[in-house]
Design a binder for this molecule. Structure first.
Ligand code: NAD
Length: 339
C-alpha cells in the first residue's frame, strides 16, 4: 500500500471518529462533564450509601422521584414540603419499593417561605439522625406570564421562595457541615438560571440570583474541600411545575395539566442528578436538545444566542397563549429518548 493511500485512510478514520463524537454530542442530554461522569465516573450505588439526605419539595415531581431513587440506595431520608399527606404517600412508596425501613425516613413538614422555622427544622434532623450529609434544595415554583402583565407580588413570592427560602435553609445547615468539614449542598436550579426565556421574568431572576449566591459561596468555602456546592440546572422535565406556576397574580396558578411528552422523563433527570452528586460535580446541565445546544450558544456566542432566543421566544409565547405547554413544539425531531 502506498504512503499516500495510508494517509488518506488515516484521515478518513479520523473524520469518521469526529462525526461519531459530534453525533454523540448532539444526542447528549447533559453537559460534557456530566456525560463523562456517567460513562467513567463513580456510581451513586457506591458513593451515596449510609448518608443522611434532606430533600425539600419531596412531595411532587423531581423531589418525589429523587426520594424513590434514593430509597433504593440505603440512605436515611428526610422528606420536606408543606403537605404532610403527600409526603406520607411518598414515604409509603419509598418503603414499598426501596430498601429502607420506617426509621430511615423522617417526614418533616416545611414551608420554605417561613424562614423563622428553618433553624428548628434543622435541629429536628440533627436530633433524629445526628448529621446531614446532603441537603438537596429542590423546592421551588415557576411562572408563566409576561413581565408587563405580572404583579410585583409574584416577583416577591418567587424571590421569597426560590431564592431567600433556599438561602435561609442553607445558612442553617452550613455551620453543621463546616463543623464536620464535609457535606454536599445540592441546589436544583434551572437552565433558566443561566439563559433566559419569555414568560419567566420573575422565575429567571430568582434562579439567576440563586446561581450567583451558590457560586460565590463555593468560592468562599474553598478552604473546606470536603464541602461540595453543586448547581443542578435542568431544562424542561416532566413534573407539576407548569401546573403550579404563578400567572400574573400571586393567588393564581396555571392550574391545569398540559401535554408533557416532549419533556425529559423525571427518572432520567434524577438519575443524572445522582451521578452528579456521586461525582461531586460543581454545576451540571441536564436537558434534551435543543436546550443544551442553546445553553452552549449562550455561553460562547451570546449575540447569536439572542437571535435564536428571540425566534424561539415568539413560539413560546404563542404556544402558551394557545393553551399549550410553552415549550411544546419547537424542535420535536431533536428529542432524544433515554427511558
Ligand atoms: N420540571 C422542570 O421542568 C424544571 C426545570 C428546571 C428546574 N426545575 C426546578 O426543579 C425543582 C422542583 O420542581 P418540579 O419540577 O419537581 O416541580 P413540582 O411543582 O412538581 O414540585 C415542586 C415541589 O416544591 C414544593 N414547594 C413549593 N412551594 C413550597 C414551599 N413554599 N415550601 C416548601 N415546599 C414547596 C412543592 O410542594 C413540590 O414538592 C424546582 O426548584 C424547579 O425550579 C424544574
Amino acid at each position: 500500500m502506498s504512503w499516500e493511500l495510508l494517509l488518506w485512510l488515516l484521515a478518513l478514520c479520523a473524520l469518521v471518529a469526529l462525526v461519531v463524537q459530534l453525533l454523540r454530542f448532539l444526542r447528549a442530554d447533559g453537559d460534557l462533564t456530566l456525560m463523562w461522569a456517567e460513562w467513567q465516573g463513580r456510581r451513586p450505588e457506591w458513593e451515596l450509601t449510609d448518608m443522611v439526605i434532606w430533600v425539600t419539595g419531596a412531595s411532587s415531581g423531581i423531589g418525589e422521584e429523587l426520594a424513590y431513587q434514593l430509597s433504593k440506595l440505603g440512605v436515611s431520608l428526610v422528606l420536606s414540603a408543606r403537605r404532610v399527606q403527600e409526603l406520607e404517600r411518598v414515604k409509603r412508596r419509598c418503603l414499598e419499593n426501596g430498601n429502607l425501613k420506617e426509621k430511615d425516613i423522617l417526614i418533616l413538614p416545611l414551608d420554605l417561605t417561613d424562614r423563622s422555622s428553618h433553624e428548628a427544622a434543622t435541629k429536628v434532623v440533627l436530633q433524629e439522625f445526628g448529621k446531614i450529609d446532603i441537603l438537596v434544595n429542590n423546592a421551588g415554583r415557576s411562572q408563566r406570564s409576561l413581565g408587563v402583565d405580572t404583579s410585583l407580588d409574584v416577583f416577591k413570592e418567587l424571590i421569597e421562595l426560590n431564592y431567600l427560602g433556599t438561602v435561609s435553609l442553607t445558612l442553617c445547615v452550613l455551620p453543621h457541615m463546616i463543623e464536620r468539614k464535609q457535606g454536599k449542598i445540592v441546589t436544583v436550579n434551572s437552565l433558566l438560571g443561566i439563559i433566559s426565556a419569555p414568560l419567566s421574568t420573575g422565575y429567571c431572576a430568582s434562579k439567576h440570583a440563586l446561581r450567583g449566591f451558590f457560586n460565590c459561596l463555593r468560592a468562599e468555602l474553598a478552604t473546606y474541600p470536603g464541602i461540595v456546592v453543586s448547581n443542578i440546572c435542568p431544562g424542561p422535565v416532566q413534573s407539576n411545575i407548569v401546573k403550579n406556576s404563578l400567572i400574573g397574580d400571586v393567588q393564581k396558578t396555571v392550574g391545569v395539566d398540559t401535554d408533557q411528552s416532549h419533556k425529559m422523563a423525571t427518572s432520567r433527570c434524577v438519575r443524572l442528578m445522582l451521578i452528579s452528586m456521586a461525582n461531586d460535580l460543581k454545576e451540571v446541565w441536564i436537558a434534551d436538545q435543543p436546550f443544551l445546544l442553546i445553553t452552549y450558544l449562550w455561553q460562547y456566542m451570546p449575540t447569536w444566542a439572542w437571535w435564536l432566543t428571540n425566534k424561539l421566544g415568539k413560539k413560546r409565547i404563542e404556544n402558551f397563549k394557545n393553551g399549550l405547554d410553552a415549550d411544546i413544539s419547537y424542535f420535536k425531531a431533536w428529542k432524544t429518548k433515554h427511558d
